[in-house]
Design a protein around this ligand. Structure first.
Ligand code: SF4
Length: 428
């Protein structure tokens, strides 16, 4: 029996695919090992969203080949650079594009070298690594077609997973020990729009919340133009839905949002914040912004800077624009110089650091529910966990200095202090 391992690069949506790929190989008799050093075959699930991700994906595979591993290249890199990869990297044993994974292990065993995507379904896996938190992908692809983004070209148009299938997968994940389900998609708010008569995201979340052992449901990635009042209402009233929304706005300047091709432009961003305004302080907003896109002049940047200073966003990711070949944005003139974009990124990050610091400082003395994740990586004297307003990996965490609890439990914690992005607390 061949031992295999997987390296999952990129976003949580890729992670879901990686678990599905693991399941496919295991069903064909391969044995999963966590550490690629102990495997003969390593599947690298790549990302090609940005030039830096392409570089990381290729370097990872080359290093594994140098270490004598047989490598399977899966993921977005295959969709974007199929011809070049097949030509330039013959040492990679097999290539599988997103949308082809149902057949991945069989095609590998048949000795094929490339497996083409068949867009039209969303992976639904039963294998789960048994953590207390699981990502659940509701759809594949995207039909929003922002000018700077390759996702629709790489992953195809929006394809939603059928409602009943989502419920079955949620139940399986809950039965395997997942207490937190993190719903992901390129745009959750578009869920079902490709399936006439399909039930809405709100109905779906409401139905998942009826699974007894699911304690937290987290919504990640809702395009501002897709946010609805009913979804906000659900977050306010259903105790299982985390008071948290990942709402990538990218910018606030109408001129820049038009150049980006963002659906609804600045009006959609404003409308989304208006919907969330009555819940300010209750619902935490996470967002991402992109600086340096063509059309972002000094005035447009100032507009963004002032908006971030208002402190409405609790967690923020800041990216610099990267002109990706094949996008409409890459053909546009007037992109700020790279050094200007980097300076702007640093400026926004500095403002947000102040916002976060102030906001977390005010929480001293509050009592919050925390999902304990285990020991702190620096010392076994401390535990670490996440409050319901903190998503894994991208937001801060709660560092527990007093009291004990098992990993995977949700427990009451009193906040005793804070850093710029992390909270400190003791178990009550
Ligand atoms: S919403 Fe825009 S940025 Fe996000 S995946 Fe779709 S096209 Fe890309």
């Amino acid at each position: 029996m061949k031992r295999f391992s997987i390296v999952s690069l990129g976003c949580p949506k890729n992670l879901v695919d990686s678990e599905y790929i693991c399941e496919r190989f295991q069903q064909e008799g391969f044995v999963l090992t966590e550490d690629p050093a102990h495997a003969e075959l390593v599947v690298v699930n790549t990302c090609s969203f940005l030039a830096s991700a392409v570089e990381e994906s290729i370097n990872t595979m080359l290093e594994l080949i140098q270490d004598g591993k047989e490598v399977v290249c899966a993921g977005c890199l295959v969709s974007r650079y199929r011809q070049e990869l097949l030509r330039e990297l013959p040492e990679i044993r097999f290539f599988a594009a997103p949308g082809s994974y149902a057949e991945i292990a069989e095609a590998y065993l048949r000795g094929e070298s490339y497996l083409a995507p068949v867009f039209g379904s969303v992976v639904s896996r039963s294998f789960f690594t048994g953590r207390s938190s699981a990502y659940l992908k509701l759809s594949e692809g995207c039909s929003n077609h922002c000018n700077y983004c390759l996702i629709p070209a790489i992953r195809g148009e929006l394809v939603s997973k059928p409602f009943d299938e989502v419920i079955r997968e949620s139940t399986r994940l809950a039965d395997s020990g997942a207490k937190e389900l993190i719903l992901v998609a390129q745009d959750l708010g578009s869920y079902g729009k490709d399936r006439p008569g399909e039930r809405s995201l709100v109905e779906l979340v409401e139905r998942i919340s009826r699974i007894e052992t699911v304690e937290w449901i987290r919504l990640m990635y809702v395009h501002p133009a897709s946010l609805t009042g009913t979804l906000v209402e659900l977050m306010k009233t259903n105790p299982k839905v985390c008071p948290y929304i990942d709402l990538p706005i990218q910018h606030v300047s109408e001129k820049v949002l038009q150049a980006m091709g963002r659906k609804g432009g600045a009006q959609a961003v404003k409308a989304a914040f208006d919907l969330l305004a009555p819940a300010a302080g209750e619902i935490w907003i996470r967002s991402t912004v992109m600086v340096g896109h063509p059309g972002e002049d000094d005035d447009a940047f100032l507009e963004l800077e002032q908006f971030i200073q208002e402190g409405l966003i609790g967690h923020l990711g800041v990216f610099t624009y990267s002109a990706e070949t094949g996008t409409r944005s890459s053909l546009m003139p007037d992109a700020p110089k790279r050094r200007v974009a980097l300076k702007r990124k640093n400026r926004i990050m500095a403002i947000q650091q102040g916002v976060s610091k102030k906001r977390l400082h005010k929480m001293k003395g509050e009592r919050v529910k925390v999902l304990i994740e285990g020991y702190h990586p620096e010392t076994e004297l401390l535990l670490k966990g996440r409050a319901s307003f903190q998503a894994p990996e991208v937001d801060g965490e709660v560092i527990i200095t007093e009291g004990g609890a098992d990993a995977g439990t949700i427990t009451d914690v009193e906040i005793t202090g804070s850093h710029a992005y992390d909270l400190i607390g003791k178990i009550l």
